[in-house]
Design a protein around this ligand. Sequence first.
Ligand SMILES: Nc1nc2c(ncn2[C@@H]2O[C@H](COP(=O)(O)OP(=O)(O)OP(=O)(O)O)[C@@H](O)[C@H]2O)c(=O)[nH]1
Length: 555
Amino acid sequence: MSKFNWFNSLRYRLTFFFGGISLIFCLGFTSYLSSITSDKLLNAYANQLTMIGRSIETTISNNIDERAREISLLSKRALFSGASANYPQIRQNLDNIKASYEYYSWLGFADINGVVQYAADGTLEGHDVSKRPWFINGKTGVFIGDVHDAVLLAKVLNIDKNDPLRLIDFAAPVFDTNNNLLGVVATHSNWKWVNTVIESALARSQQQTGIDVQIVSRDDGILYPQASADQHLPQDLLPKDNSSQLIQWPDGHEYLTGVTTLKSTLMDQLGWRIVVRIPKNIALQEITELQRQLLWVSVIAVLLCLWFVYRMSISMSLPLERLITVTREIQAGKEQVKFPKSNGLIEISFLIDAIQKMTFSLLSHEKSLMEMNQTLENKVLERTKELESANQELERLSRRDPLTDLHNRRSAAEHIDSEFTRLKRFGLAYSILMVDIDHFKKINDTYGHETGDIVLVEVAKLLAQSVRKADLVARYGGEEFLIILTGTDSGDALTLAEKIRASINTTEFSVVKNVTASIGLSTVEQADETAYEVVRRADTALYLAKTTGRNKVCT
Ligand SMILES: Nc1nc2c(ncn2[C@@H]2O[C@H](COP(=O)(O)OP(=O)(O)OP(=O)(O)O)[C@@H](O)[C@H]2O)c(=O)[nH]1
């Protein structure tokens, strides 16, 4: 079996594949969501900055228009000419107007020569203002001047140096009834009113944290806040058009910066811009938080996806893994196995069913084969036994005489060889008797061949009964028998031979009644060179017995 590799496992490959897809999808989706929400949030911030800028711009322009209208109306009143014009009345009017608006620092009228004739609270009366821009420009029409530090007033009003007085001038020409220029009426409005405007604008904004506002003049000079009044912004820092952008400021930080140009029918000449900005990190704080939350959601989503995919992979691979275990158990020879249940997938169900059926079929075939094999083995064993028995019988028959069931000549010869070997090795003596029925031909001739056979059988039986078990009786020829007497010397052999002869002689045979036999006896000698010398001597002795009267034993 190949070495186990995690990645080659169905379970882990499915998990990695689908987990990877869900990871890529979640990250992509989160990134896309983060991108569009970031853009939307940034746009929302930009819109908010624009709205704050516009709100301030509207308030400031309305306020300035109001001041300009007020000075214009004052210039058109017949206050400074005609029969009713007198100092107390003019002073009273100017005092009332100044008191009506808290940010009026100065309100007065300079004659055509630039000498202040009337002023609220009498401030600067008699001073020459002919060189002041408001006087010069105010002679030709309604004039609104840029914000500037107070020059004359600062001296007169004893202003704190740490909180310098900054003013915006409004001036308008005064004509008599014949339209001749009488002088210029003007007011210096305290620039601090812009603080109020900006604070109320920021207060209206729900997101004033981190937002700051600057008012910048046409030449990039900072008009507001007061603390940066003498500073200038770098050229081209601010975008030309009214828009919001991420801009790097001179302090090295990036700010989302919204610019709104002050627009007013009376104010086009000023070119002021309201700059509302918020540090990038604060503007992006919510975006960063949103991205963090989205990241968490995506991490949880990916983990859930991975868990789900892993569980799904297990449910797909588990039946297969159990199927592998079962097939291994079958391979190991276990017969009682439990096949796994399907997880509901048709393919897995079919596979389990197919393997189950195939296994049962194979096991059934194997069982039949084993039974057949066993039967064959039994038959072979039986046949082998029969064969062995037949062989033994054949072997026995090959050594037996079929008529008398005595050992045959071949068996006798083997026994003689064996005895001769024992003689030579251990010196064990033995004797040979050659027994031959007398006149057997006559028996055949007289009683028939069958009767002759009966005589042969009866003599054989008698011979077999006459010797010990260790001795061997064989039919050596037609009516001739050979007896090997193991461990028997010539004396004992002679006794036994005589006993046999007498026994044949006295036995009453079934048909023939009387039968005699002649016996030749010889005992082996150490000097014998071959096993058959003793046989030959016995045969010679038999011949002697035959020729000397028969029914006798000769040695
Ligand atoms: N019935 C029968 N006769 C046999 C068998 N074998 C040999 N004979 C017969 O035995 C006879 C032997 O005769 P002979 O050799 O002349 O011997 P004999 O007649 O016994 O004479 P002596 O040995 O001299 O006494 C022959 O006639 C054989 O045919 C046998 O198996 N059965």
